[in-house]
Design a protein around this ligand. Structure first.
Ligand SMILES: NC(=O)c1ccc[n+]([C@@H]2O[C@H](COP(=O)([O-])OP(=O)(O)OC[C@H]3O[C@@H](n4cnc5c(N)ncnc54)[C@H](OP(=O)(O)O)[C@@H]3O)[C@@H](O)[C@H]2O)c1
Length: 299
């Protein structure tokens, strides 16, 4: 791989934050957030990347507000669809590796088994359509790219289901949570660590570039995820936790439709890179311990 800086885009997001930590000792690291590199202005982004001449681009920036994307699909398309293609074009010119993240929401949820990379993509919502456009944009350019589709991302910082549950659990006795959508909660740190391992491997040997699924192992529903969170919270803190009541999606309508099954098979990732992310329960435990110790440090 060519020598040069490693560029992280979306450095303030969940995955971006963990990438900064995980790549801290990987060489010259340049971390840009939206204030420096705005993906809604792809041509400005192009010039910034051209000036920096990174050897690796880790693109963790995205328009991730799934429901809001229904009402502003054009903005989401520029950030999720157009900007990744521009990054791929610049990566090819620089002979750089482009790592990009995509989503389980490219699938319609109709399959009964875990989805594999070659399955047909039929997104149910605007966010999924814009992320799929980003994948297609990168693929149309080609070059050295890895697209990692992940799912149900959470971590100690940012907006995510884990933090929402912990906040709501403070003053609610009951929480009704959807129990008919299946997926794999995936911690931002597990994604960042897997990415680091893979980038290190790419330095030594040319991989098969393309799309890979990258999620924590196992599967659950949002309700199962909530139960896992509260059971761990109770063990850690001894506090009373709310009763989690399973409901069907029909009782919790959202502007954007979600797939019923978005569990992704990670077999390709394992076969090509020899890695597997931890089971979602152990990744959750590790994240909640981290949140606990950060809280203790602040006191
Ligand atoms: N979150 C999930 O559940 C999930 C599921 C599947 C796949 N993914 C994918 O995983 C990747 C990482 O997501 P994440 O969970 O880390 O999301 P996140 O926490 O929402 O982070 C996304 C980052 O992108 C930044 N961003 C948004 N618009 C931007 C713009 N115009 N220019 C530059 N930066 C911009 C955000 O900045 P601001 O904070 O300033 O808005 C934020 O720092 C994304 O590709 C996402 O599509 C996420």
């Amino acid at each position: 791989m060519r020598q040069g800086p490693i560029l992280i885009l979306g450095a303030g997001g969940q995955v971006g934050t963990e990438l900064r930590r995980t790549f801290a000792d990987a060489g010259e690291l340049v971390a840009w957030d939206r204030r420096i590199a705005d993906l809604s202005r792809p041509e400005e982004l192009r010039l910034l990347v051209r000036q920096l001449q990174p050897a690796v681009i880790l693109n963790a920036a995205a328009y991730t507000a799934v429901d809001r994307a229904e009402v502003e699909p054009e903005v989401a398309m520029t950030i999720n669809g157009d900007a990744p293609r521009v990054l791929a074009e610049e990566a090819v010119k620089l002979d750089a590796l482009l790592v990009h993240y995509s989503t389980d929401y490219v699938f319609d949820g109709s399959k009964k088994m875990p989805w594999v990379e070659s399955d047909e993509t039929t997104p149910l919502n605007a966010y999924g359509r814009t992320k799929l456009a980003g994948e297609h944009g990168i693929q149309s350019v080609g070059g050295k790219y890895l697209i990692f589709r992940t799912s149900w991302v959470y971590g100690p910082h940012g907006h995510n289901f884990l933090r929402t549950m912990l906040r709501l659990g403070q003053d609610r006795e009951q929480l009704k949570i959807v129990d008919d959508q299946f997926g794999a909660p995936t911690s931002s740190s597990a994604i960042a660590e897997a990415t680091r391992t893979i980038v290190d491997k790419v330095k030594l040997a040319t991989p098969e570039y393309g799309v890979y699924h990258m999620t924590c192992a196992g599967e659950t529903t949002w309700c199962g995820f909530a139960q896992g969170i509260f059971s761990q919270h109770q063990q850690q803190n001894g506090e009373t936790v709310p009763q989690v009541i399973p409901i069907p999606s029909s009782e919790y309508p959202t502007p954007a439709a979600r797939p019923a099954n978005s569990v992704l098979s990670n077999d390709k990732l394992h076969a090509h890179f020899g890695i597997a992310l931890p089971d979602w329960r152990s990744a959750l435990l590790a994240t909640m311990k981290k949140i606990g110790s950060e809280c203790a440090e602040r006191k």
